[in-house]
Write a protein that binds this ligand. Structure first.
Ligand code: NAP
Length: 290
């Protein structure tokens, strides 16, 4: 059985490969793919097979998917180009008559109105229309979206435009483990998993940083426009800042809150919580900062 993992050179993809191996997959059954030869060399050290495949190069995709049983399609990182890119992977998977495509999507993809959800919705629709048996792994936010900002939170507090909205954040590692579990299970076809950990608001996040550090950490609510300007002032490109502000608006509408319990069921253990991840991030800082 060959399981192709796309985007294996990225953070999630590599963790998914590692989780497949931990869950007992034969390394020779795992074909880790990406567009960068040098990055693939580091994954080859895990003992898995590797091959170059670029979402923009249908021939490269056909070559890696041919003869495969299952494909983990890790959503690409080039926002705005992803539907066509994912479409190339889906076409290759359809031509190869694979038995399963698992796709990393976003919670409530069919109704989620966040800007970022559009490409996920369109990809899910392409997969469904292809007739390939599929599993949708609708991942809520990575906790790692927040953890690198812990030093900023300690200095300026948590600033956001998400209101009381709750984020069912989970570590990349837990979400990647869920992907591996779904790929290795026999009953994943046709299933849609809404995946997230214990939910928190931005006020809860500030509280977690405060408790872990013993310092005062405020939560400040701003408008979406204000958040955009703050992020631009911090050096982010305007387009990206607008996408992040739009994501906060989606959080305020509850679009990243997941209450299914699918993550815990899939991985068979309690996922890491935001408080645990924040405490680890605070501990990892220089002693003077915590
Ligand atoms: N749930 C969340 O909070 C969240 C947050 C951010 C992103 N995401 C989504 O989840 C995906 C995985 O997350 P991540 O943290 O692993 O992101 P990442 O580290 O940026 O990895 C993205 C992967 O996609 C690959 N890729 C991009 N364009 C490609 C192309 N044209 N052909 C082949 N491969 C291509 C990248 O290859 P290279 O190594 O060559 O760049 C990399 O392997 C992201 O791409 C994004 O769609 C989710």
């Amino acid at each position: 059985m060959t399981i192709v993992v796309t985007g294996a050179t990225g953070q999630f993809g590599r963790l998914a490969v590692e989780a497949l191996l931990r869950r007992g997959a034969d390394p020779q059954d795992v074909l880790a793919t990406g567009r960068d030869d040098a990055k693939l060399a580091s994954i080859a050290e895990l003992g898995v097979r590797t091959a170059v495949a670029d979402y923009d190069d249908p021939a490269s995709l056909r070559a890696v998917v041919e003869g495969a049983d299952k494909v983990l399609l890790v959503s690409g990182s080039e926002v705005g180009r992803r539907v066509a890119q994912h479409g190339n992977v889906i076409q290759a998977a359809q031509d190869a008559a694979v038995s399963l495509v698992a796709y990393t999507s976003i919670p409530k993809a069919q109704t989620n109105t966040m800007v970022l959800a559009g490409e996920h919705r369109a990809t899910e629709e392409l997969i469904a229309a292809s007739g390939i048996p599929f599993t949708f792994l609708r991942n809520s936010w990575y906790l790692e979206n927040y953890l690198p900002q812990v030093p900023t939170y300690l200095e300026h507090g948590v600033v956001g435009a998400a209101g009381d909205g709750r984020i069912s954040g989970a570590t990349r590692a837990d979400l990647a483990d869920a992907a591996a579990a779904a790929l290795l299970a026999d009953d994943s076809a046709g299933r849609v998993f809404e995946l997230g950990g214990e939910s928190f608001s931005l006020a809860d996040l500030a509280d977690a940083v405060a408790k872990a550090s013993g310092r005062d950490v405020a939560h400040t609510e701003v408008s979406g426009e204000q958040l955009t300007e703050i992020l631009v002032g911090a050096g982010l490109p305007r387009g990206y800042a607008e996408v992040l502000a739009d994501a906060d608006a989606g959080i305020a509408r509850g679009e990243l809150e997941v209450t299914t319990g699918d993550l815990e069921r899939l991985i068979g253990r309690r996922p890491t919580t935001y408080r645990e991840a924040v405490a680890d991030a605070v501990r990892a800082l220089a002693p003077s900062a915590s």
